[in-house]
Design a protein around this ligand. Structure first.
Ligand code: S3P
Length: 171
């Protein structure tokens, strides 16, 4: 489980719609450490939304910024850091996260993920003719990689944000 006297940053990884930001915020407040969000940091630094960055500069550019932001946040004092769904996919990011933090995979069924992302237009990767099929493909491809995280916590339908945060602490 998570040591309440946090010495390492807790890095939340997992799919879009898993609740990384909402659970991360609750977790940070329960652990009494700062909450950080890599997507929000990238948006702030660029003064653009993630969708605008993808459209203007491309995904590869976004991934470089993401790595830089995560590295910088991991070098700051212990916190809860929520990352974008793709952040854990590269070996470089994973080894950085494992070295300097503890990776927690927030898992959820496709149905739950889809329910949370379907009405939003903020995820450029889902701008395809069949976003549900795309989400499913991304999910299938990424699950074996998320499974490399130090801890896995499944989000069950009906569990509140605070209950999820407690579950992370108790897992
Ligand atoms: C992405 C997830 C997004 C954001 C970007 C790419 C991904 O973050 O980083 O759209 O590759 O899964 P969330 O997981 O917070 O939606």
């Amino acid at each position: 489980g998570l040591n309440p006297k946090l010495k390492k940053t807790v890095v939340l990884v997992g799919m879009m719609g898993a609740g990384k930001s909402a659970v991360g915020r609750a977790l940070a407040s329960a652990l009494n450490v700062p909450f950080r969000d890599s997507d929000a940091e990238i948006e702030k630094a660029a003064n653009m939304t993630i969708a605008e960055i993808f459209a203007r500069d491309g995904e590869a550019f976004f991934r470089r910024k993401e790595t830089q932001v995560i590295e910088r946040l991991l070098d700051a004092r212990p916190a809860v850091l929520s990352t974008g769904g793709g952040a854990y996919m590269t070996e470089g990011n994973r080894s950085m996260i494992t070295q300097k933090g503890v990776a927690v995979w927030l898992d959820a069924d496709l149905k739950v993920l889809w329910g949370r992302v379907r009405h939003k237009d903020t995820r450029p990767l889902l701008r395809t003719p069949d976003p549900l099929a795309t989400l499913n493909e991304i999910y299938e491809r990424r699950v074996p990689v998320y499974a490399l995280a130090d801890l896995a916590v499944k989000s069950e339908q009906g569990l509140s944000i605070d209950a999820m945060a407690r579950k992370v602490i108790e897992t």
